[in-house]
Structure formats: C-alpha cells, structure tokens
Design a protein around this ligand. Structure first.
Ligand SMILES: Nc1nc2c(ncn2[C@@H]2O[C@H](COP(=O)(O)OP(=O)(O)OP(=O)(O)O)[C@@H](O)[C@H]2O)c(=O)[nH]1
Ligand SMILES: [Mg+2]
Length: 206
C-alpha cells in the first residue's frame, strides 16, 4: 500500500542509499590528504603534521541541486601502509589522488597508485580526480599546472588545483568526484556498442 509510514521510510532510506557516494583519498605521505579532508568536513586548517593510519568521515553535500551523502576514507600515505592500498581499492568508487606541487616524487607516485587501482578493479568503472595540492606555496612549486593537466588528460580524469591552507577549491574536489560518480552510474545505458563498452559515461573502464 502506497503512502503508509513504513513505505515512506523505506523509500527515504533507499533514496539516501542511492545518493551515497564512497570516496577514497590517496597519495604519498604529507601531501595534504588529511588537511583537505578536515578542511572540507570541519572548515579548518590543520597546520600540524600527524600521519594518518585511517580515518573516515561522512558529510551531506548538495551538488547541482541534488543532495548526496559523502563517505570519505582518508588513507595512510606513509610507506609501510601500502599493503592496505589494495583493500581500499576494492571498496572504492571514487578516488581522489592527491600530490603536493612542491614535491616531484609525490607527482610520480600517483602513477603507481593509479596502476594499482587499475589492477584491482577488473572491469569496474573508476572515477578519479587528480588533485594538485599546496598551490599556496607558489615559490616552492616544482610541478606545473600543465604537467598536472596533462596527466589528468592521459588518465581521462578530472583535475583540480587546491590549497587546504587557503581553502582554495577544496569543496570543488568533492563536487567534481560526485559528478563523475553520478555520471558513471547513470551513463552507458543508451549506447552499448562495442566501441563504447570500454568507457562508461564520465568514468573510464580500466
Ligand atoms: N602550505 C600548505 N600546507 C599544507 C597544505 N595541505 C597540507 N599542508 C600541510 O602539510 C602537512 C601534511 O599534511 P597532511 O594533511 O597531514 O598530509 P597527509 O597527506 O594526510 O599525510 P599522511 O597522513 O601521512 O599520508 C601538514 O603540516 C599540513 O598542515 C596546503 O594546502 N598548503
Ligand atoms: Mg593524513
């Protein structure tokens, strides 16, 4: 029977679940994964470096007039935790790959992370946003915008430049990945030709 309390509750629950987006934040140690996540969740900048083991957060966000519940997993970037990466990749839907524009090695490390995502996903669609963080440190910058954009283009991923310190584009990172996830869930249905099967709308099928 439509309209009783139970079915309204069930519908609300299923709508909420459908609107949930799971996002995993990955990258080398100290690139700013936690600073970006905490800036987004709590609206403050954490200046002290405290290496993460694993933290998770939830926050509702309205993107393009549609509400979404974000489940964000902030991972460990320090060496020694890399064995956990494969487990993260199995459960992740959207991946935010962060590097530090003042640290060339962190820019190279995201390639290795993407390859591991690629290996673990089989034919699931992957949504990646590549994030160039710490752009407030302009004088120390060694990775150019062009280099970052080129990598994102090669991956068919989105690219965002950010600063957790000055709160530049932090919300945009999360909006961008939500758009990709939505697009991947909704895309691919109307054109299933073999040539289109390697790519779902909005996400690359690795
Ligand atoms: N100037 C500047 N410093 C930042 C920015 N983001 C993070 N930091 C600083 O960089 C250091 C490391 O930041 P974290 O967010 O802890 O780095 P992480 O990537 O989470 O590191 P792990 O947890 O070890 O993987 C901290 O001292 C932060 O305050 C930024 O946008 N600009
Ligand atoms: Mg951290």
């Amino acid at each position: 029977m439509v309209g009783n309390g139970r079915s309204i509750l069930d519908r609300a629950l299923s709508l909420l679940l459908a609107a949930a987006a799971q996002q995993t934040v990955l990258g080398s140690g100290s690139v700013g994964k936690s600073a970006l996540t905490v800036r987004f969740i709590k609206g403050k900048f954490v200046a002290r470096y405290d290496p993460t083991i694993e933290d998770s957060y939830s926050k509702p966000l309205v993107v393009d007039d549609e509400a979404c519940m974000l489940d964000i997993l902030d991972t460990a970037g320090q060496e020694g935790y890399s064995s956990m990466l494969d487990a993260y990749m199995k459960s992740g839907e959207g991946f935010i790959l962060v590097y530090d524009v003042t640290n060339q090695a962190s820019f190279e490390h995201v390639d290795e992370i993407r390859q591991r995502i690629e290996r673990s996903l089989e034919d699931r669609a992957v949504c990646i946003t590549l994030v160039a963080n710490k752009i407030d440190l302009e004088a120390d910058r060694v990775v150019t915008s062009e280099d970052g954009e080129a990598k994102a283009k090669l991956w068919d991923a989105d690219y965002v430049e950010s600063s957790a310190k000055t709160d530049t584009n932090v919300t945009l990172i999360f909006e961008t990945i939500v758009r990709r996830i939505r697009s991947s869930r909704g895309g691919g249905g109307d054109d299933d030709t073999p040539s289109s099967s390697s790519k779902k709308k909005g996400c690359t099928l690795l």
